[in-house]
Design a protein around this ligand. Structure first.
Ligand code: IPE
Ligand code: IPE
Ligand code: MG
Length: 228
């Protein structure tokens, strides 16, 4: 049987710190390698035919880390902006989900540049979740709905989330060994298949993505119904 490629994959880029510790390096070195790993994995996902790839890069809770680490992580989008030509060349369109009111100005500017520069790309959408928390995204959605004073049904709230233009997540992959969602795309993952793997994110490569997709292909997605 032909392998089904999930339309929307959500990745939690976890385990950078432990990857570094294991090698006697400082946490930031893990983030550097982890950050560099985004592009090859994204390119491979696009090659496989994934249409939407969401990546969790900085959560609303990650502000609780030491200032030096937070400051370093705030530079990640600036580095990403330096490689924007490569994303354009590969026809990858970048979208950003998350709060815009707390990050440094140059981080925000880097994101705005990346989004603007890739807006005509028609290939895979890379959704960078940064200062993102599902509960915060839901709260903003509810506030917008309140302003518009409209009735809400099961689907309404999705139209107000930062992911409103994307289909729901089919497959959620969390490297790093933890088996939790850590406030990531909670509603979008309502019917996602969940895949947890011990490999740390900096060690997660194309073959690991293949394994996750192979596992997804063994799942029986019933959506509450019955399948033979
Ligand atoms: C993920 O790696 C990166 C961010 C959360 C920003 P961690 O930094 O959480 O790495 P571990 O979980 O401590 O190993
Ligand atoms: C989740 O990882 C957030 C990102 C990868 C950006 P964390 O390392 O912050 O999650 P917890 O604290 O282990 O739940
Ligand atoms: Mg972690």
């Amino acid at each position: 049987m032909e392998r089904v490629i999930p339309k929307h994959i959500a990745l939690i880029l976890d385990g950078n710190g432990r990857w570094a510790k294991q090698r006697g390096k400082i946490r930031i070195e893990g983030h550097t390698v982890g950050y560099k790993n985004i592009e090859p994995v994204a390119l491979y996902a696009q090659e496989l035919g994934v249409k939407y790839l969401s990546i969790y890069c900085f959560s609303t809770e990650n502000w609780n880390r030491p200032k030096t680490e937070v400051d370093f992580l705030m530079r990640v989008p600036i580095e990403l902006a330096k490689n924007v030509e490569r994303y354009i060349k590969n026809n990858i369109k970048i979208h950003v989900s998350g709060r815009r009111d707390r990050m440094p100005k140059n981080t925000l500017q880097a994101f705005d540049t990346i989004v603007e520069r890739t807006k005509e790309c028609t290939g895979m959408i890379l959704n960078v979740c940064f200062d993102y928390g599902a509960l915060n995204d839901i709260a903003s959605a509810i506030n917008k709905i309140k302003e518009e004073n409209i009735d809400v049904d099961d689907k309404t709230i999705f139209n107000y989330l930062s992911t409103k233009d994307f289909p729901p997540v089919d497959l959620l992959i969390r490297p790093g060994g933890e088996k939790r969602l850590s406030n990531y795309l909670l509603l979008e993952c309502a019917y996602a298949e969940l895949y947890f793997v011990d490999t740390y994110w900096p060690d997660f490569h194309s073959e690991d993505l293949d394994k996750a997709i192979d596992d997804y292909n063994k799942r029986n997605r019933r959506y509450g119904g019955i399948k033979e």
